[in-house]
Design a protein around this ligand. Sequence first.
Ligand SMILES: [Mg+2]
Length: 365
Amino acid sequence: MTKQNVIVSDTGDITKSTINMAITLTLSSKSLFTYAPMPSSPMQKPPSGGFITVSRKKLWEKDDPVKASSTTHIKSPVFFSAVAEDHSSWIFHHPSALKKFDQITNASKGKQIVMFLDYDGTLSPIVDDPDRAFMSDQMRKVVKEVARYFPTAIVSGRCRDKVYSFVKLAGLFYAGSHGMDIKGPAEYQKGNKPVLFQPASEFLPMIDEVYKALVEKTKSTPGAKVENNKFCLSVHFRRVDEKWWSALAEQVRSVLKEYPKLRLTQGRKVLEVRPTIKWDKGKALEFLLESLGFANCNDVLPVYIGDDRTDEDAFKVLRDRGQGFGILVSKIPKDTNASYSLQEPSEVMTFLHRLVEWKRLTPRT
Ligand SMILES: [Mg+2]
C-alpha cells in the first residue's frame, strides 16, 4: 500500500495547499481525501488501552455503502468498541430530531418556523449518477405540505435550475450554487419584485472557462464528471476508482493554479470549485431570513437540515445567533455545529411529516 500525501484540510480548502496536511494513517493508505481529526471532537478520545487513531475519514466512510464495500477495513475489536463509544457520546450531544421532536416544537412557541432544506443526501439519496439524484414523490408531497405551513427554502450546491428540476415545487425559495443564486417565489416580493440575488455574477465568464478546462483536463480520469452549477463547479468522483483520486485532485489543482480567485473545497464524493467571495450557505440563510422580514427578530425559529460540510456554515450561523436549530443528516458521528441529527432522507421525511401534522393540529394562538 502506498501512502498518499495530498490530503484535504479540515476546512475543506485545498486550493492553496500544496498539500494542506498530512496525517498519515496507519489503518489505511488510501488517505487522499482524509479529514483531519479535530482535537475537540468527542470521537477523538482514544479507546481505553488502545492507541489507534480513528480518523474522521474512517467514520465518514462508513456512511457510504459504495466506499464501505470497496475499502478494506481493519476489523479490530478495539476499533469497533471505539466507534461504539464515540457514537453514543455523539448522539448524546446531537440527539435524534425525531426523539427530541417535542423539544423542537416547544421552542417554536410564539415563533415562526422557517425551514431550510439541503437537497442531495437530505431530500434525495446520494446516488452514483448525480444527474439521477431524484427525490421520491412521497418526499415531494411532504415538502409541499411543509411549504404550505412554513416559509421554505431549498439550499444546494447545485445550479438553481437543476435543483428546481428535481424538486418541481413552486412557492419555495431556491438557493443554488451554495447560496450564490437565490430566487424567491412570486408571492414573496421585495420592492414589487420577487427576490433575486446573485452576488457572484462577475464570476460567470471565469466559471464557464474553468468548466471547459476541467472537462478537458479530467477526461482521462475514468468516471470523473464535471458539473456546471453556474456560479460554481462540481467535480464528482463517486464513480472514480479510488486509485485515481490522487491524480484527479492533481488535475483539478493544476487547472485552478491559473485562477487564484477560485477556491477548491470538498463535499461528499465531490470537489467543489467556487469564487473566493465571502458567501456560503450560512450567508444565504441570513439573506433569506432578512428577505422574509425576520432580520433582528426574536419571533423566528429557523430550522436547517443538511448532510454536508457546506451545510456547516449554516449550522454555525444558527449556533452563533443562538436562534433555531441545525439538524445534521448522518448515520455516523461527524464534527458538526448542528444541534440534532437524523440518520437519512427517510428520517428527514418522517420529521417533516410530523412537523406538518403537529402544525395542523396545533390551535392558532
Ligand atoms: Mg447535501
